[in-house]
Design a protein around this ligand. Structure first.
Ligand code: EPZ
Length: 417
Protein backbone atom coordinates (compact mmCIF):
# COMPACT_ATOMS: atom_id res chain seq x y z
CA UNK A 1 0.00 0.00 0.00
CA UNK A 2 1.64 3.24 -1.15
CA UNK A 3 1.83 6.26 1.09
CA UNK A 4 2.88 9.87 0.50
CA UNK A 5 5.33 11.73 2.73
CA UNK A 6 4.67 15.46 2.47
CA UNK A 7 6.91 18.24 3.79
CA UNK A 8 4.78 21.18 4.92
CA UNK A 9 4.85 24.95 4.35
CA UNK A 10 5.83 24.76 0.70
CA UNK A 11 4.61 27.77 -1.31
CA UNK A 12 3.52 26.47 -4.74
CA UNK A 13 4.78 28.52 -7.70
CA UNK A 14 4.74 27.76 -11.42
CA UNK A 15 2.49 26.11 -14.00
CA UNK A 16 0.45 22.89 -13.94
CA UNK A 17 -1.24 21.24 -16.94
CA UNK A 18 -4.64 19.68 -16.19
CA UNK A 19 -5.49 16.21 -17.56
CA UNK A 20 -8.70 14.99 -19.18
CA UNK A 21 -11.83 14.74 -17.02
CA UNK A 22 -12.17 11.46 -15.09
CA UNK A 23 -15.98 11.69 -14.91
CA UNK A 24 -16.21 12.28 -18.66
CA UNK A 25 -13.76 9.47 -19.48
CA UNK A 26 -15.60 6.85 -17.39
CA UNK A 27 -18.82 7.62 -19.30
CA UNK A 28 -17.39 8.07 -22.82
CA UNK A 29 -15.46 4.77 -22.81
CA UNK A 30 -18.53 2.58 -22.00
CA UNK A 31 -20.49 4.58 -24.63
CA UNK A 32 -17.98 3.36 -27.25
CA UNK A 33 -19.35 -0.21 -27.03
CA UNK A 34 -22.65 1.03 -28.47
CA UNK A 35 -20.97 1.38 -31.87
CA UNK A 36 -20.16 -1.55 -34.11
CA UNK A 37 -16.98 0.32 -34.99
CA UNK A 38 -13.69 1.84 -33.87
CA UNK A 39 -13.41 5.02 -31.77
CA UNK A 40 -10.31 7.06 -30.88
CA UNK A 41 -10.55 8.94 -27.59
CA UNK A 42 -7.95 11.64 -26.93
CA UNK A 43 -6.89 13.52 -23.78
CA UNK A 44 -7.79 10.59 -21.53
CA UNK A 45 -6.38 10.93 -17.99
CA UNK A 46 -3.87 8.24 -17.06
CA UNK A 47 -5.66 7.10 -13.88
CA UNK A 48 -6.83 3.87 -12.23
CA UNK A 49 -10.54 4.37 -12.95
CA UNK A 50 -9.87 4.61 -16.69
CA UNK A 51 -7.71 1.45 -16.61
CA UNK A 52 -10.48 -0.35 -14.72
CA UNK A 53 -13.14 0.64 -17.27
CA UNK A 54 -10.82 -0.45 -20.12
CA UNK A 55 -10.34 -3.87 -18.49
CA UNK A 56 -14.11 -4.24 -18.40
CA UNK A 57 -14.37 -3.36 -22.11
CA UNK A 58 -11.77 -6.01 -22.94
CA UNK A 59 -13.52 -8.64 -20.82
CA UNK A 60 -16.72 -7.87 -22.74
CA UNK A 61 -14.92 -8.58 -26.02
CA UNK A 62 -13.84 -5.09 -27.07
CA UNK A 63 -10.24 -4.15 -27.85
CA UNK A 64 -8.38 -1.26 -26.15
CA UNK A 65 -5.13 -0.16 -27.76
CA UNK A 66 -3.25 2.84 -26.39
CA UNK A 67 -1.72 4.92 -29.21
CA UNK A 68 0.00 6.95 -26.49
CA UNK A 69 -0.48 7.51 -22.74
CA UNK A 70 -3.58 9.69 -23.33
CA UNK A 71 -4.99 8.35 -26.62
CA UNK A 72 -7.02 5.16 -26.72
CA UNK A 73 -8.29 3.24 -29.72
CA UNK A 74 -11.48 1.35 -28.83
CA UNK A 75 -12.50 -1.39 -31.28
CA UNK A 76 -15.97 -2.68 -30.44
CA UNK A 77 -16.74 -4.42 -33.72
CA UNK A 78 -18.05 -7.99 -33.53
CA UNK A 79 -19.39 -9.84 -30.52
CA UNK A 80 -19.62 -7.85 -27.30
CA UNK A 81 -20.92 -9.73 -24.26
CA UNK A 82 -23.88 -8.11 -22.46
CA UNK A 83 -22.84 -9.55 -19.08
CA UNK A 84 -20.43 -7.39 -17.09
CA UNK A 85 -20.29 -9.55 -14.02
CA UNK A 86 -16.61 -9.75 -13.05
CA UNK A 87 -14.72 -8.15 -10.18
CA UNK A 88 -13.40 -5.09 -12.11
CA UNK A 89 -17.02 -3.98 -12.38
CA UNK A 90 -17.49 -3.79 -8.63
CA UNK A 91 -14.40 -1.62 -8.20
CA UNK A 92 -15.91 1.63 -9.43
CA UNK A 93 -19.34 3.23 -9.39
CA UNK A 94 -19.08 4.37 -13.01
CA UNK A 95 -19.43 0.71 -14.08
CA UNK A 96 -23.17 1.36 -13.99
CA UNK A 97 -22.76 3.10 -17.39
CA UNK A 98 -22.39 -0.39 -18.91
CA UNK A 99 -26.07 -0.90 -18.05
CA UNK A 100 -27.20 1.99 -20.25
CA UNK A 101 -24.71 1.25 -23.03
CA UNK A 102 -25.43 -2.51 -23.28
CA UNK A 103 -29.20 -2.04 -22.85
CA UNK A 104 -29.12 0.56 -25.60
CA UNK A 105 -27.21 -1.60 -28.07
CA UNK A 106 -28.37 -5.15 -27.19
CA UNK A 107 -31.66 -4.45 -25.33
CA UNK A 108 -30.22 -6.54 -22.50
CA UNK A 109 -27.54 -6.04 -19.85
CA UNK A 110 -26.32 -7.80 -16.73
CA UNK A 111 -23.97 -5.70 -14.60
CA UNK A 112 -22.59 -6.37 -11.11
CA UNK A 113 -23.62 -3.60 -8.70
CA UNK A 114 -20.95 -0.90 -8.57
CA UNK A 115 -18.65 -0.19 -5.65
CA UNK A 116 -17.02 3.23 -5.56
CA UNK A 117 -16.28 5.69 -2.77
CA UNK A 118 -17.52 5.03 0.75
CA UNK A 119 -19.42 8.20 1.53
CA UNK A 120 -22.98 7.34 2.30
CA UNK A 121 -25.40 5.17 0.43
CA UNK A 122 -25.07 5.48 -3.35
CA UNK A 123 -28.37 4.20 -4.79
CA UNK A 124 -29.08 3.79 -8.49
CA UNK A 125 -32.89 3.85 -8.22
CA UNK A 126 -33.15 6.87 -10.58
CA UNK A 127 -31.12 5.02 -13.22
CA UNK A 128 -33.44 2.00 -12.99
CA UNK A 129 -36.56 4.19 -13.00
CA UNK A 130 -35.34 5.68 -16.29
CA UNK A 131 -34.69 2.28 -17.86
CA UNK A 132 -38.15 1.03 -16.79
CA UNK A 133 -39.73 4.17 -18.27
CA UNK A 134 -38.07 3.23 -21.59
CA UNK A 135 -39.68 -0.23 -21.40
CA UNK A 136 -36.97 -2.35 -19.75
CA UNK A 137 -37.66 -5.02 -17.16
CA UNK A 138 -35.21 -4.79 -14.26
CA UNK A 139 -34.25 -7.57 -11.86
CA UNK A 140 -31.81 -7.13 -9.03
CA UNK A 141 -30.40 -10.41 -7.74
CA UNK A 142 -27.18 -11.51 -5.96
CA UNK A 143 -25.47 -8.16 -6.41
CA UNK A 144 -26.33 -7.99 -10.11
CA UNK A 145 -28.64 -5.67 -12.01
CA UNK A 146 -30.26 -7.39 -15.01
CA UNK A 147 -32.12 -5.26 -17.56
CA UNK A 148 -34.02 -6.64 -20.55
CA UNK A 149 -36.31 -5.04 -23.14
CA UNK A 150 -38.02 -6.38 -26.28
CA UNK A 151 -37.99 -2.79 -27.48
CA UNK A 152 -36.90 0.51 -25.92
CA UNK A 153 -39.51 3.19 -26.61
CA UNK A 154 -38.77 6.89 -26.19
CA UNK A 155 -40.74 8.63 -23.44
CA UNK A 156 -40.70 11.64 -21.13
CA UNK A 157 -38.79 11.24 -17.85
CA UNK A 158 -38.82 13.75 -14.99
CA UNK A 159 -35.83 13.24 -12.65
CA UNK A 160 -37.00 13.28 -9.00
CA UNK A 161 -33.51 14.48 -8.12
CA UNK A 162 -30.68 15.90 -10.23
CA UNK A 163 -28.38 12.95 -10.86
CA UNK A 164 -25.25 12.99 -13.05
CA UNK A 165 -25.08 9.21 -13.38
CA UNK A 166 -28.77 8.66 -14.00
CA UNK A 167 -28.89 11.47 -16.58
CA UNK A 168 -25.95 10.00 -18.52
CA UNK A 169 -27.22 6.42 -18.21
CA UNK A 170 -30.67 7.34 -19.55
CA UNK A 171 -29.04 9.28 -22.43
CA UNK A 172 -27.04 6.13 -23.30
CA UNK A 173 -30.07 3.80 -23.40
CA UNK A 174 -32.35 6.37 -25.08
CA UNK A 175 -29.79 7.04 -27.84
CA UNK A 176 -30.79 3.72 -29.48
CA UNK A 177 -34.44 3.59 -28.39
CA UNK A 178 -37.30 4.05 -30.85
CA UNK A 179 -38.69 7.58 -30.88
CA UNK A 180 -37.99 10.62 -28.74
CA UNK A 181 -37.00 10.69 -25.06
CA UNK A 182 -37.13 13.89 -23.02
CA UNK A 183 -35.25 14.08 -19.72
CA UNK A 184 -36.42 16.91 -17.47
CA UNK A 185 -34.57 18.16 -14.39
CA UNK A 186 -31.44 16.70 -16.03
CA UNK A 187 -27.91 17.15 -14.62
CA UNK A 188 -25.95 19.92 -16.40
CA UNK A 189 -22.37 18.94 -15.46
CA UNK A 190 -19.67 19.41 -18.15
CA UNK A 191 -19.19 15.63 -18.32
CA UNK A 192 -22.87 15.16 -19.18
CA UNK A 193 -22.34 17.53 -22.13
CA UNK A 194 -19.10 15.77 -23.08
CA UNK A 195 -20.78 12.35 -23.22
CA UNK A 196 -23.66 13.73 -25.31
CA UNK A 197 -21.20 15.40 -27.70
CA UNK A 198 -19.31 12.13 -28.19
CA UNK A 199 -22.56 10.20 -28.81
CA UNK A 200 -23.61 12.82 -31.37
CA UNK A 201 -20.24 12.34 -33.12
CA UNK A 202 -21.20 8.62 -33.23
CA UNK A 203 -24.46 9.47 -35.00
CA UNK A 204 -26.79 9.95 -32.06
CA UNK A 205 -29.33 12.78 -32.01
CA UNK A 206 -29.15 14.51 -28.61
CA UNK A 207 -30.13 18.13 -28.02
CA UNK A 208 -30.09 20.28 -24.90
CA UNK A 209 -27.27 18.61 -22.95
CA UNK A 210 -26.04 21.19 -20.43
CA UNK A 211 -29.57 22.47 -19.85
CA UNK A 212 -32.15 20.86 -17.58
CA UNK A 213 -34.17 19.50 -20.53
CA UNK A 214 -32.41 17.01 -22.80
CA UNK A 215 -34.11 15.63 -25.93
CA UNK A 216 -32.86 12.37 -27.47
CA UNK A 217 -34.16 11.05 -30.80
CA UNK A 218 -33.23 7.36 -30.90
CA UNK A 219 -31.26 5.95 -33.86
CA UNK A 220 -30.82 2.37 -35.12
CA UNK A 221 -27.05 2.31 -35.27
CA UNK A 222 -24.06 4.22 -33.98
CA UNK A 223 -20.62 4.31 -35.59
CA UNK A 224 -17.17 4.88 -34.12
CA UNK A 225 -15.87 8.44 -33.72
CA UNK A 226 -12.76 10.40 -32.79
CA UNK A 227 -13.26 12.49 -29.65
CA UNK A 228 -11.22 14.64 -27.25
CA UNK A 229 -12.23 14.57 -23.58
CA UNK A 230 -12.71 17.94 -21.81
CA UNK A 231 -10.26 19.02 -19.07
CA UNK A 232 -11.00 17.86 -15.52
CA UNK A 233 -12.90 20.59 -13.63
CA UNK A 234 -12.20 18.90 -10.27
CA UNK A 235 -8.49 18.33 -10.84
CA UNK A 236 -8.23 21.98 -11.93
CA UNK A 237 -10.08 23.12 -8.82
CA UNK A 238 -7.82 21.01 -6.62
CA UNK A 239 -4.71 22.80 -7.94
CA UNK A 240 -6.39 26.22 -7.70
CA UNK A 241 -7.13 25.55 -4.03
CA UNK A 242 -3.56 24.22 -3.55
CA UNK A 243 -2.22 27.58 -4.76
CA UNK A 244 -4.51 29.40 -2.33
CA UNK A 245 -3.75 27.26 0.74
CA UNK A 246 0.05 27.54 0.26
CA UNK A 247 0.05 31.29 -0.41
CA UNK A 248 1.35 30.45 -3.86
CA UNK A 249 1.22 31.76 -7.41
CA UNK A 250 0.15 29.05 -9.88
CA UNK A 251 -0.99 29.09 -13.51
CA UNK A 252 -3.49 26.23 -13.96
CA UNK A 253 -3.39 25.40 -17.70
CA UNK A 254 -5.40 23.39 -20.27
CA UNK A 255 -8.73 24.15 -18.62
CA UNK A 256 -12.11 25.64 -19.54
CA UNK A 257 -12.31 28.67 -17.18
CA UNK A 258 -16.12 28.78 -17.48
CA UNK A 259 -16.29 25.38 -15.74
CA UNK A 260 -14.47 26.88 -12.74
CA UNK A 261 -16.80 29.87 -12.20
CA UNK A 262 -18.26 28.79 -8.83
CA UNK A 263 -14.77 28.17 -7.36
CA UNK A 264 -13.28 31.29 -8.97
CA UNK A 265 -16.00 33.40 -7.38
CA UNK A 266 -15.47 31.77 -3.97
CA UNK A 267 -11.67 32.24 -4.06
CA UNK A 268 -12.17 35.88 -5.07
CA UNK A 269 -14.48 36.27 -2.06
CA UNK A 270 -11.68 34.83 0.11
CA UNK A 271 -9.23 37.54 -0.99
CA UNK A 272 -7.34 35.35 -3.49
CA UNK A 273 -6.28 37.01 -6.77
CA UNK A 274 -7.65 35.29 -9.89
CA UNK A 275 -6.59 36.07 -13.47
CA UNK A 276 -8.65 34.33 -16.18
CA UNK A 277 -7.18 33.61 -19.64
CA UNK A 278 -8.56 31.64 -22.62
CA UNK A 279 -7.56 28.18 -21.40
CA UNK A 280 -5.91 28.88 -18.04
CA UNK A 281 -6.43 30.60 -14.71
CA UNK A 282 -3.70 32.17 -12.58
CA UNK A 283 -4.24 31.91 -8.82
CA UNK A 284 -2.17 34.19 -6.56
CA UNK A 285 -2.58 34.18 -2.79
CA UNK A 286 -0.35 36.82 -1.22
CA UNK A 287 -2.82 38.36 1.23
CA UNK A 288 -4.54 37.00 4.37
CA UNK A 289 -7.37 34.63 3.40
CA UNK A 290 -10.94 35.61 4.37
CA UNK A 291 -13.38 33.00 5.68
CA UNK A 292 -16.43 32.17 3.55
CA UNK A 293 -19.57 30.01 3.38
CA UNK A 294 -19.85 27.24 0.79
CA UNK A 295 -22.98 25.37 -0.33
CA UNK A 296 -22.40 22.42 -2.66
CA UNK A 297 -24.93 22.12 -5.49
CA UNK A 298 -25.13 20.41 -8.86
CA UNK A 299 -23.54 22.31 -11.77
CA UNK A 300 -23.19 25.27 -12.14
CA UNK A 301 -23.18 25.44 -8.33
CA UNK A 302 -20.12 24.73 -6.18
CA UNK A 303 -19.12 21.10 -6.93
CA UNK A 304 -19.43 18.56 -4.12
CA UNK A 305 -16.20 17.00 -5.43
CA UNK A 306 -14.31 20.10 -4.27
CA UNK A 307 -15.93 20.13 -0.84
CA UNK A 308 -13.13 18.31 1.07
CA UNK A 309 -10.49 20.45 -0.65
CA UNK A 310 -12.21 23.74 0.21
CA UNK A 311 -12.71 22.51 3.80
CA UNK A 312 -8.91 22.16 4.08
CA UNK A 313 -8.53 25.72 2.76
CA UNK A 314 -11.18 27.18 5.09
CA UNK A 315 -9.43 25.50 8.04
CA UNK A 316 -6.62 28.07 7.73
CA UNK A 317 -8.75 31.15 6.95
CA UNK A 318 -9.32 33.71 9.70
CA UNK A 319 -12.79 33.50 11.27
CA UNK A 320 -15.66 31.02 11.07
CA UNK A 321 -16.73 29.39 7.80
CA UNK A 322 -19.71 27.13 7.13
CA UNK A 323 -19.98 24.37 4.52
CA UNK A 324 -23.35 22.87 3.60
CA UNK A 325 -23.13 19.58 1.68
CA UNK A 326 -26.35 19.38 -0.35
CA UNK A 327 -25.51 16.51 -2.71
CA UNK A 328 -24.31 13.56 -0.59
CA UNK A 329 -25.75 12.38 2.74
CA UNK A 330 -22.47 11.68 4.40
CA UNK A 331 -19.44 13.32 2.84
CA UNK A 332 -17.63 14.40 6.01
CA UNK A 333 -15.82 11.19 6.95
CA UNK A 334 -12.50 12.90 6.15
CA UNK A 335 -13.07 15.60 8.81
CA UNK A 336 -11.58 13.36 11.51
CA UNK A 337 -8.37 13.21 9.47
CA UNK A 338 -8.30 17.00 9.05
CA UNK A 339 -8.72 17.35 12.82
CA UNK A 340 -5.56 15.25 13.28
CA UNK A 341 -3.78 18.04 11.38
CA UNK A 342 -5.17 20.59 13.85
CA UNK A 343 -8.30 21.76 12.02
CA UNK A 344 -11.14 23.04 14.22
CA UNK A 345 -14.31 21.65 12.64
CA UNK A 346 -17.71 20.69 14.08
CA UNK A 347 -20.20 18.65 12.03
CA UNK A 348 -23.97 18.97 12.44
CA UNK A 349 -25.66 16.73 9.85
CA UNK A 350 -24.92 18.24 6.43
CA UNK A 351 -23.27 21.33 7.92
CA UNK A 352 -19.59 21.74 8.81
CA UNK A 353 -18.68 24.69 11.09
CA UNK A 354 -15.00 25.54 10.56
CA UNK A 355 -13.06 27.80 12.96
CA UNK A 356 -9.92 28.96 11.14
CA UNK A 357 -6.56 28.28 12.85
CA UNK A 358 -3.28 30.17 12.27
CA UNK A 359 -1.56 26.97 11.08
CA UNK A 360 -2.09 23.21 10.72
CA UNK A 361 0.47 20.75 12.08
CA UNK A 362 1.86 17.76 10.15
CA UNK A 363 0.43 14.35 11.16
CA UNK A 364 -0.21 10.81 9.92
CA UNK A 365 -3.55 10.78 8.10
CA UNK A 366 -5.62 8.54 5.86
CA UNK A 367 -7.41 9.18 2.57
CA UNK A 368 -11.01 8.04 3.14
CA UNK A 369 -11.94 8.53 -0.52
CA UNK A 370 -10.60 10.08 -3.71
CA UNK A 371 -11.33 13.78 -3.06
CA UNK A 372 -10.69 13.48 0.68
CA UNK A 373 -7.24 12.15 -0.23
CA UNK A 374 -6.59 15.23 -2.34
CA UNK A 375 -7.71 17.40 0.58
CA UNK A 376 -5.19 15.65 2.86
CA UNK A 377 -2.39 16.59 0.44
CA UNK A 378 -3.53 20.24 0.38
CA UNK A 379 -3.68 20.41 4.17
CA UNK A 380 -0.29 18.69 4.49
CA UNK A 381 1.30 21.14 2.03
CA UNK A 382 0.17 24.04 4.24
CA UNK A 383 0.90 22.36 7.60
CA UNK A 384 4.03 22.87 9.71
CA UNK A 385 6.31 19.82 9.57
CA UNK A 386 5.96 16.44 7.89
CA UNK A 387 2.77 14.49 7.16
CA UNK A 388 2.28 10.89 6.05
CA UNK A 389 -0.81 10.12 3.95
CA UNK A 390 -2.04 6.51 3.70
CA UNK A 391 -4.65 5.26 1.20
CA UNK A 392 -2.93 6.72 -1.85
CA UNK A 393 -4.71 4.12 -4.00
CA UNK A 394 -7.86 6.23 -3.65
CA UNK A 395 -6.02 9.32 -4.92
CA UNK A 396 -4.56 7.42 -7.89
CA UNK A 397 -8.12 6.60 -9.01
CA UNK A 398 -8.69 10.18 -10.10
CA UNK A 399 -5.44 12.18 -10.18
CA UNK A 400 -2.76 11.61 -12.82
CA UNK A 401 0.86 11.86 -11.57
CA UNK A 402 -0.25 13.82 -8.54
CA UNK A 403 3.06 13.97 -6.64
CA UNK A 404 4.99 14.81 -9.84
CA UNK A 405 2.63 17.68 -10.67
CA UNK A 406 2.86 19.06 -7.13
CA UNK A 407 6.65 18.65 -6.91
CA UNK A 408 7.03 20.53 -10.21
CA UNK A 409 5.33 23.43 -8.40
CA UNK A 410 7.81 23.34 -5.51
CA UNK A 411 6.22 20.78 -3.22
CA UNK A 412 8.25 18.03 -1.56
CA UNK A 413 6.15 14.85 -1.75
CA UNK A 414 7.72 11.40 -1.77
CA UNK A 415 5.73 8.24 -2.62
CA UNK A 416 6.77 5.27 -0.50
CA UNK A 417 5.77 1.84 -1.83
C1 EPZ B 1 -21.12 11.57 -10.01
O1 EPZ B 1 -21.58 10.54 -9.14
C2 EPZ B 1 -19.64 11.62 -9.82
N1 EPZ B 1 -19.05 10.34 -10.19
C3 EPZ B 1 -19.29 11.95 -8.36
O2 EPZ B 1 -17.89 12.17 -8.32
C4 EPZ B 1 -19.98 13.25 -7.96
O3 EPZ B 1 -19.78 13.46 -6.58
C5 EPZ B 1 -21.47 13.21 -8.29
O4 EPZ B 1 -21.68 12.84 -9.66
C6 EPZ B 1 -22.16 14.54 -8.05
O5 EPZ B 1 -21.57 15.51 -8.89
C7 EPZ B 1 -18.95 10.05 -11.52
O6 EPZ B 1 -19.31 10.83 -12.37
C8 EPZ B 1 -18.36 8.71 -11.84
P1 EPZ B 1 -25.35 11.61 -8.64
P2 EPZ B 1 -23.09 10.00 -9.28
O7 EPZ B 1 -26.16 10.54 -9.27
O8 EPZ B 1 -23.53 10.09 -10.68
C9 EPZ B 1 -28.54 10.56 -5.28
C10 EPZ B 1 -15.66 11.79 -7.78
O9 EPZ B 1 -15.02 12.09 -6.78
N2 EPZ B 1 -28.96 9.52 -6.20
O10 EPZ B 1 -25.31 12.97 -9.28
O11 EPZ B 1 -23.16 8.71 -8.59
C11 EPZ B 1 -27.16 10.28 -4.73
O12 EPZ B 1 -27.25 9.45 -3.58
C12 EPZ B 1 -17.05 11.23 -7.63
O13 EPZ B 1 -15.27 11.95 -8.97
C13 EPZ B 1 -30.08 8.76 -5.89
O14 EPZ B 1 -30.69 8.95 -4.84
O15 EPZ B 1 -23.86 11.11 -8.42
C14 EPZ B 1 -26.65 11.66 -4.39
O16 EPZ B 1 -27.18 12.04 -3.12
C15 EPZ B 1 -17.42 11.07 -6.18
N3 EPZ B 1 -30.47 7.78 -6.74
C16 EPZ B 1 -27.29 12.55 -5.46
O17 EPZ B 1 -28.39 11.79 -6.00
C17 EPZ B 1 -29.81 7.54 -7.93
O18 EPZ B 1 -30.24 6.65 -8.69
C18 EPZ B 1 -26.38 12.91 -6.60
O19 EPZ B 1 -25.83 11.73 -7.10
C19 EPZ B 1 -28.69 8.32 -8.23
C20 EPZ B 1 -28.28 9.31 -7.36
Amino acid sequence: MDKLIVQGQKRLVGEVAISGAKNAAVAVIPAAIMADGVSVIENLPCIEDVSCICHTIEKLGGKCVYRDRHTLELDCRGKIDYRATFEEVQKIRASYYFLGALLGRYKKAEVALPGGCNFGVRPIDLHLKGFRALGATIEEKDGMVCAYADRLIGTSIYMDQVSVGATINIILAASMAEGVTTIENAAKEPHVVDTANYLNMMGANIKGAGTDVIRIKGVEKLHGAQYTIIPDQIEAGTYMIAAAITGGDVLVKNIIPKHMDSLTAKLDEMNVTIEEHDDSIRVTANRPLHCANVKTMSYPGFPTDLQPQVAALLSVCQGESVITENVWDNRYQYIEELQKLGAKIKIEGRIAHIQGVPALKGANVCATDLRAGAAMILAALAAEGESVIEGVRYIDRGYEDIEHKFNALGANIVRVK
